[in-house]
Design a protein around this ligand. Structure first.
Ligand code: TNX
Length: 661
């Protein structure tokens, strides 16, 4: 047996969705293996799937054993015994949690659990679709997008985001050789950072040198910006002349100025016929948005320190200035805590026989990880040197399944089943009726405030289910004692959640931080608009509603800036679609200012969100994240009248994707 064969599971799970006219359609599963293979009873099959089996569903050809969120366990009606065709088991799930829309909505990991508790891996094929009037399958939109125009494009700047003012009078054929852009002394520390960034991104010789023959690049104070009033904050200017380049920028903007120069240089070195290097003229740029953020969910999938740093490198190259690090969720707690070691010893790992079941494509074998405190500091240093503020998120009170499994004191032992979260978790919200909850909140956010030097801390606040605590007597009597009740005198989950969020927010403000939260933190009395910034995620419209309530907002609407949404309605296109699907052109064309145009001062900025349920592997990550990430970067800097889709389409190809290994 070759090494390669050894890694391919013998068992394969085929899944097919049939749109049979029922509300959700049905899924047929087929497990195949070797001809005449045999697995004696009792054997179970476990699998993870975004489309779930609702409780009490009567399966055909299987018994339902258990489910936690996307993790399912089913039992066959007898031993698994294959004939000559290798078919071991065929079953039907006649009813689903919701209709699937994409090939990634079905089983994404699976294994058999044997009588001795051993496991056998199963490979999962993408969910197929079969319906009565099936239209011919189209190829994924990414491939189907209009081809680049055939005509020769006039040489231009390989710059992304494109600068707001470009006034180039003469072009050079070729940019100077590597290390032949000779920096003056004042620019050398920043130049060294950009050179190192460049080498990490492209693994070739970087642009800047500090001596010898070449084109001089010197620093000059920023003259009165000519771009208009907007020019003041973060503005930089590159003045090109045959004698050299002058970089006009304050200390903060110098990094962005040299990154822009390095980009222009890089593009010209790639293809001087397409990307020109200026000889004479001027480029001036300034960010349209103060908050130019990108979020990453490291809970559903875990990203090692090196991967996070590589991601930060790409953010810096796009001139983003905020990294929103979604460190905790139901599927894994990723931040080491001094006070609660079990959070990561137990709550960072999924697998068969562990406290957390497999989810989102992870299988029987232990999967996960977390960031040690010294690793966090390392990442903070890396981000800081690149001009990126790290915004840690500890998502409370919902999305806390991992924490509550790791720390039993956070669970009301007598609680019955409360309302289930959108993701299918029950009792996954921190319980306000327990003293341990308040101590936990105070301690964890205290640790976070100490560890992260930046001003911003995100406290979550999203997707607490209606009636999240309805099964808990402790929570209900707490709500009654505090008066967190609905008009008809019942415990009000939104008021309960708001009380917890206010508790955290007050402490963060006292520690000198600015709390952020998802938009639901406005509910039930909400956070104080003077204190907190909210993130409008369910739609652009909600941003407007939040501003009407007095909140400052960050625009990250699902319909345009959620990079986990599929890029088209095509079945083969991976991703979710609860907010619709968004092609790179949709993301690029979205106007983040329009929805809040009546109170523009409340718009803090924009952010793209990378939720990782579907991001099984960095190839998938690259497919879904690029070039939409680049589109958001351009919207954060470039005025709508200076944006141009055709030009963006060409320039985005210059932007480095994540390395696959
Ligand atoms: C909603 S956005 C969530 C996440 C999911 C995401 C998937 C938000 C605040 N909560 O938990 O990962 O949808 O698109």
């Amino acid at each position: 047996m070759t090494l390669c064969e050894k890694n391919i599971p013998e068992l394969v799970l085929h899944s097919k969705w049939l749109d049979d006219g029922s509300k959700t359609g049905r899924i047929e599963l087929r497990l195949t293996g070797k001809p005449h293979g045999f697995y004696p009873a009792p054997v179970h099959m476990a699998f993870t799937s975004l489309v779930r089996i609702p409780p009490q569903t009567r399966l055909v050809g299987a018994d339902y054993v258990a489910r936690t969120a996307n993790y399912h366990e089913l039992a066959p009606l007898g031993p698994l015994e294959a004939g000559a065709d290798g078919l071991l088991w065929q079953l039907t799930i006649p009813e689903l949690s919701h209709r699937p829309h994409h090939c990634t909505d079905g089983p994404s990991s699976a294994f058999l659990i044997l009588p001795d508790h051993g496991v056998v891996d199963i490979a999962c094929l993408p969910l197929e679709r079969a319906s009565v009037d099936e239209p011919p399958a189209a190829s994924p939109s990414v491939d189907a997008e209009p081809a680049l125009p055939g005509e020769m494009v006039s040489p231009t700047l390989g710059l992304l985001p494109m600068a707001n003012r470009v006034d180039i009078r003469r072009w050079r054929g070729r940019a100077p050789e590597p290390e032949r852009l000779i920096l003056s002394e004042a620019l050398r520390p920043t130049g060294a950072i950009v050179n190192a960034l460049y080498e990490r991104l492209f693994a070739t010789e970087p642009p800047f040198g500090d001596g010898g023959a070449g084109l001089s690049v010197s620093h000059a104070p920023l003259q009165q910006p000519t771009g208009g009033g907007e020019g003041a904050k973060g503005c930089f200017r590159l003045r090109f002349s045959p004698q050299g380049i002058a970089v006009e920028a304050d200390e903060e903007a110098t990094l962005n100025a040299l990154i822009a120069l390095a980009q222009i240089w890089h593009a010209n070195r790639q293809d001087p016929g397409l990307w020109a290097f200026p000889e004479e003229g001027m480029i001036e740029d300034w960010p349209l948005q103060d908050w130019r953020g990108m979020h990453l969910d490291v809970s559903r999938q875990f990203y090692k320190v090196g991967t996070v740093k590589a991601f930060l490198d790409r953010l810096a190259w796009h001139r983003f200035n905020r990294f929103h690090w979604h460190l905790t969720d139901d599927e894994g707690w990723r931040l080491q805590s001094r006070t609660y070691p079990h959070l990561t010893e137990l709550g960072a790992w999924r697998g068969h026989g562990l406290l957390l079941y497999p989810q989102h494509g992870s299988g029987a074998h232990r999967y996960g990880g977390f960031y040690h405190l010294d690793e966090v500091r390392d990442i903070l240093r890396h981000a800081g040197s690149l001009g990126v503020d790290v915004v840690p998120e500890i998502d409370v009170p919902g999305h806390c399944h991992a924490a509550m499994m790791a720390l039993p004191e956070l669970v009301d032992p007598s609680a019955l089943r409360g309302g289930a979260s959108v993701q299918g978790y029950v009792n996954n919200a921190l319980n306000p009726g327990l003293g341990a909850t308040w101590l936990f909140l105070e301690t964890i956010f205290g640790e976070v405030a100490d560890l992260f030097p930046g001003p911003f801390v995100h406290i979550g606040g999203d997707e607490v289910a209606d009636g999240a605590w309805s099964g808990s007597r402790a929570a209900n009597s707490w709500a009654r004692a505090k008066g967190h009740l609905t008009a008809d005198g019942q415990p009000d989950s939104m008021k309960m959640q708001a009380a917890m969020l206010r508790f955290v927010s007050d402490r963060l403000v006292a520690a000198g931080k600015v709390p952020l939260a998802w938009e639901e933190a406005a509910k039930g009395g909400g956070l104080d608009p003077e204190q907190a910034i909210l993130m409008a995620w369910t739609s652009a419209r909600s941003a407007h509603q939040l501003t009407q309530l007095g909140y400052r907002v960050i625009m990250c609407p699902g319909e345009a800036y959620y990079l986990d949404m599929a890029q088209s309605d095509d079945w083969q296109e991976p991703g979710l679609s609860w907010a619709g699907t968004s092609s790179p052109a949709t993301t690029y064309g979205f106007d983040p200012v329009g929805p809040v145009v009546d109170c523009p001062d409340k718009l803090v900025g924009i952010e793209g969100c990378i939720w990782s349920e579907n991001l099984t592997g960095l190839a998938r990550f690259n497919h879904m994240v690029f070039p939409r990430l680049s589109a958001i970067a351009e919207s954060a800097w470039t005025k709508p009248e200076n944006k141009d889709w055709a030009s963006f389409e060409r320039r985005q190809e210059l932007m480095p994707r994540m390395p696959l290994s």
